[in-house]
Design a binder for this molecule. Structure first.
Ligand SMILES: Nc1ncnc2c1ncn2[C@@H]1O[C@H](COP(=O)(O)OP(=O)(O)O)[C@@H](O)[C@H]1O
Length: 297
């Protein structure tokens, strides 16, 4: 850990210093500003989780959860991270969204980012850290605390930097068969107005060789979004295949990085949202939290 920090600080650019400041100040300020209705429930991993990795969160008493979602393109990180962020009252921060905001802007990085993203390649660690740092600082100014990160870290270097500046309590690794990932990316549709995520794919993969089959119903857009649906430019077959390959090379090693630190919760999606959401809550020991939220709504 000390070695990683040293490496980071030696090669640090202004951006890395910025993320360090943002994360550090979040830690200091979170204890005084955080709002967490039921912190104990939100922070306790279930026994099924414990039995796999025993990654007890490290004394997060004075702040909200700091979680990371890992998983291949199309697995549903955004969907489940966003639902959990609503449930736990912490921001869902997706670096892919930050990149898309920047590439759709008139900023100096827009053209460069568009080219990289549309080939399915990774943006440089420095650019990502700069975008993330700005997002965290803006959130902090609004009184946000805690986070669920989606799409970051994506390289070992990013994970080392993150580890050097803040503590991650839990890393949820979503898993799905590769045939389903491609179909889900190709079927993904986004509402250009509200940003809602939908899917026209109906996935029905039969089980074979002892592997269970999987059924995922389409997720249709509501009428108010139906005529505003767009596809991401990087959700073409060629680019999705490139993204999956890059994920396996650059991001897969993060599983071992976090497993070895006892922080990894492996979660294999059993189906679509109706089947997977309750099981994920169970794995996170959050079922009661959901029931109380629904009752209060
Ligand atoms: N942490 C990151 N490091 C480098 N590039 C990133 C990172 N997060 C997002 N990106 C860039 O943004 C693109 C879209 O990210 P995301 O929406 O998370 O896609 P995916 O569906 O592939 O998980 C990525 O293909 C990559 O170019």
């Amino acid at each position: 850990m000390a070695a990683a920090l040293l490496r980071v600080s030696r090669s640090s650019s202004a951006q890395l210093t910025a993320v360090s400041r943002a994360f550090t100040s979040r830690n200091f300020s979170a204890s005084s500003t955080s709002f967490n209705p039921e912190p104990d429930i939100a922070r306790s991993p279930s026994s099924s989780f414990l039995s796999r990795n025993s990654p007890l969160p490290q004394d997060p008493k004075d702040r909200n959860v700091q979680w990371v979602f890992l998983g291949c393109p199309g697995v549903g990180k955004g969907t489940y991270a966003s639902r959990l962020s609503n449930l736990l009252g912490v921001p869902h921060i997706a670096t892919g969204d930050l990149v898309r905001e920047e590439l759709n802007s008139t900023g100096p990085l827009a053209a460069q980012l568009k080219e990289i993203v549309n080939q399915g390649k990774l943006v440089s660690d420095e650019i990502i850290i700069n975008l993330l740092s700005k997002r965290l600082e803006a959130g902090e100014a609004k009184g946000e605390s805690g986070f669920i990160l989606d799409g970051f870290p994506r390289t070992i270097r990013q994970a080392e930097i993150l580890e050097g500046v803040t503590e991650i309590d839990l890393v949820v690794n979503l898993q799905l068969r590769e045939e389903a990932l491609l179909a889900k990316c190709l079927g993904r549709r986004i509402c250009s107005q509200c940003g809602g995520n939908y899917n026209i794919a109906c996935i029905d993969i039969k089980g074979d060789n002892g592997e269970p089959g999987i059924y995922m119903a389409p997720l249709p857009a509501p009428p108010q979004c139906a005529d505003k649906l767009i596809q991401r430019a990087d959700d073409t077959e060629e680019v999705v295949k490139a993204r999956l390959q890059i994920y396996n090379e650059m991001s897969r090693p993060l599983e071992e990085f976090y497993r070895s630190r006892g922080k990894l919760l492996e979660f294999s999606l059993p189906g679509g949202i109706p089947e997977s959401w309750p099981k994920l809550l169970e794995a996170l020991n959050l079922e009661d939290h959901e029931v109380k939220r629904s009752a209060a709504a």
